[in-house]
Design a protein around this ligand. Structure first.
Ligand code: DGT
Ligand code: CA
Ligand code: CA
Ligand code: ZN
Length: 572
């Protein structure tokens, strides 16, 4: 059974979570988190590296001990350390740490003081007012905990797109090899490139549904066959991800792709248009009475309802049908439009690779430039640079740039926005940089007005070019801080500041609708990876998908420009 990189990474993250709740040495916790990041960023399967006898301890942040543990996971699918820790620490405490303001120590204190066993117990305790009585908690915290638990996103089981990909791509490749399958594709929210997916919807074209379904349920990652019929089946994979497979005749391929790509709201609009034309649209085709008039391709389906093909990323019933009708669909940005990346870290702060390695990786991606934006001095736990370190890095970058042909490193910084909106470095230093990204990494719990004013104050400093990950959310882990996006957009418009679309699949911040709101207001977006390793630069495609979901075209995105245009645009 091949073990995917994301599974190994998730195990290490899980170990780190559990160690944190046990109040273990922070360096040990960090070691597991760093290892998880390294594994997630590998472009190759770590399991196959083990099988080929490669020395994993040569990877960044992987020592002998962790290399041994990876070997163990690859061989057995298990990590005994994780089992041991899980016996000592209830999973519910780990879940409780996802509540903003509740760290590992407070989560443990809460569970121990009230002798709770589950998140449901915690909710009951909050409703009954028992939390407010615990030393160090109080009414406000209790209300906040209840609000978070009622919101439900801590307990809802959705998969981040990048994690889903890890399971989806090998599976669909395997389905394509099944006898009698002519083609197979993934539809649903996955095809629309939504930031998280609830389940996978796979379509296979073929005649002998029964045989294809039988074979599908034998996939070696299937843990449970939830349902199984002649043309459709639902299974649950070992990872917890559910997969629906539907086998359809080739003549219905386009109609089925259209139907199962969704979204549901987009489909309902499509069906209404068909009805207006006295046609019937369903997953088998478009019908005029009993006669199928279209359905083999999606183009045909859209054509029958008087529309050009609408890209899957736009199918959310957010005005795309009107736009298509008027010939106003946006000319969506593509990966090839991007000329460089504007947010990255090196081993000078908390990244894993050197300046030269990052530069090489950026050139391999065909970029004209890469901005190096290591952390500023307040970020002590992320190896923030001192003023002297940054000065030295500026010189080092200038030296390296002499060697490059048709490529340049931009000297930059990801400067912390301090609690009051001032910056972590003096303007005189920032002015020496090609590019300044300013980000919030502290005080996530300010109220909306204070947080918004804090960020706007940073925008008003003309040294700042881009606001990094503007809402601070981490999908499934940390909710966005309270901030008024409309006010940020207005301020960006007034100051000429750019907003980042952080392409890291954990962040994807700004979200799709906010990208669109910004672009409609005339605010420019930077699609940046925030890479902490050479592999991290590859995350750019998630940012591009998100940008497309936000209706962005190349003109809306600053890093679609070459450096000479870009440097002019950034001047404020
Ligand atoms: P997910 O799985 O929650 O991330 O989101 P989707 O969009 O993949 O939703 P899912 O898996 O429930 O269904 C896949 C597609 O099938 C959905 O996007 C549209 C279509 N579909 C499902 N149920 C209905 C329905 O009741 N009416 C219509 N018109 N389409 C539906
Ligand atoms: Ca789905
Ligand atoms: Ca589904
Ligand atoms: Zn950051």
């Amino acid at each position: 059974m091949p073990v995917h990189n994301s599974e190994i990474a998730a195990m290490f993250d899980h170990v780190a979570d559990l160690l944190e709740v046990q109040d273990a040495n922070p360096f040990r916790v960090r070691a597991y988190r760093n290892a998880a990041d390294t594994i997630r960023d590998q472009s190759r399967s770590v399991a196959s590296m083990v099988e080929e006898g490669e020395d994993l301890s040569e990877l960044p942040d992987i020592g002998e001990d962790l290399a041994g543990k990876i070997g163990e996971i690859v061989r057995t699918g298990n990590l005994p350390l994780l089992d041991e820790l899980s016996e000592d620490v209830p999973e519910a405490i780990v879940e409780a740490t996802r509540i903003p303001g509740i760290g590992p120590k407070r989560a443990r204190a809460l569970f121990e003081a009230l002798d709770l066993g589950s998140i449901d117990d915690l909710k009951t305790a909050a409703k009954e007012g028992r939390i407010a009585d615990i030393e160090g908690f109080g009414d406000k915290t209790e209300a906040k905990i209840l609000e978070e638990l009622e919101r439900g996103d801590i307990t809802e089981r959705r998969f981040r797109l990048d994690i889903a990909e890890d399971f989806a791509e090998p599976l669909v490749a395997w389905i394509r090899e099944i006898d009698g399958v002519d083609r197979a594709e993934i539809a649903g929210s996955y095809r629309r490139r939504k930031e998280t997916v609830g389940d996978l919807d796979i379509l296979a074209a073929g005649e002998d549904g029964g045989a294809i379904i039988d074979r599908f349920t034998e996939y070696d990652e299937v843990e449970e066959v939830v349902s199984k019929g002649k043309t459709r089946s639902t299974v649950r994979l070992r990872s917890g991800l559910n997969v629906d497979l539907r086998v359809i005749p080739e003549a219905s391929w386009g109609a089925a792709m259209h139907y199962f790509t969704g979204s549901k709201a987009h489909n309902i609009e499509g069906r209404r248009r068909a009805q207006d034309r006295d046609l019937k649209l369903n997953e088998y085709g478009i019908f005029d009475g009993e006669k199928r008039v279209a359905g083999a391709s999606e183009e045909e389906v859209y054509d029958a309802i008087g529309l050009p093909l609408i890209p899957p990323v736009l199918r959310e019933n957010r005005g795309e049908i009107k736009a298509a009708e008027k010939g106003n669909l946006p000319d969506l940005i593509t990966r090839d439009d991007l000329k460089g990346d504007l947010h990255s870290h090196t081993d000078a702060s908390d990244g894993k690779n050197t300046l030269r390695e990052m530069a090489q990786a950026a050139q391999d991606l065909g970029y004209e430039y890469l901005a190096i934006t290591d952390h500023s001095r307040s970020q002590t736990q992320a190896g923030g640079l001192s003023e002297e370190d940054l000065e030295a890095q500026i010189d080092e970058i200038a030296g390296l740039n002499e060697d490059f042909d048709g490529f340049r490193l931009l000297a930059g910084c990801e400067v912390d926005i301090l609690d009051d909106g001032r910056l972590d470095f003096p303007d005189e230093l920032l002015e020496k940089l090609d590019l300044v990204v300013a980000s919030v990494h502290s005080k996530f719990d300010l109220d909306e007005d204070a947080q918004t004013r804090r960020i706007i104050r940073a925008m008003e400093n003309p040294c700042v070019h881009i606001i990094g990950h503007p809402t601070g959310r981490q999908i499934g882990q940390r909710r966005a801080f309270d901030v008024d996006i409309e006010r940020l957009v207005d301020a960006a418009k007034d100051t000429g500041c750019v907003l980042e679309l952080n392409a890291n699949p954990i962040r994807l911040d700004l979200k799709d609708v906010h990208c669109r709101m910004a672009a409609e207001a005339g605010v420019k977006i930077a699609i940046s990876t925030d890479a902490h390793s050479t592999g991290g630069l590859g995350n750019i495609r998630y940012g591009v998908d998100q940008a497309r979901r936000g209706w962005l075209s190349a003109a809306d995105v600053v890093n679609s420009r070459g450096w000479s245009d870009l440097s002019r645009m950034l001047r404020r």
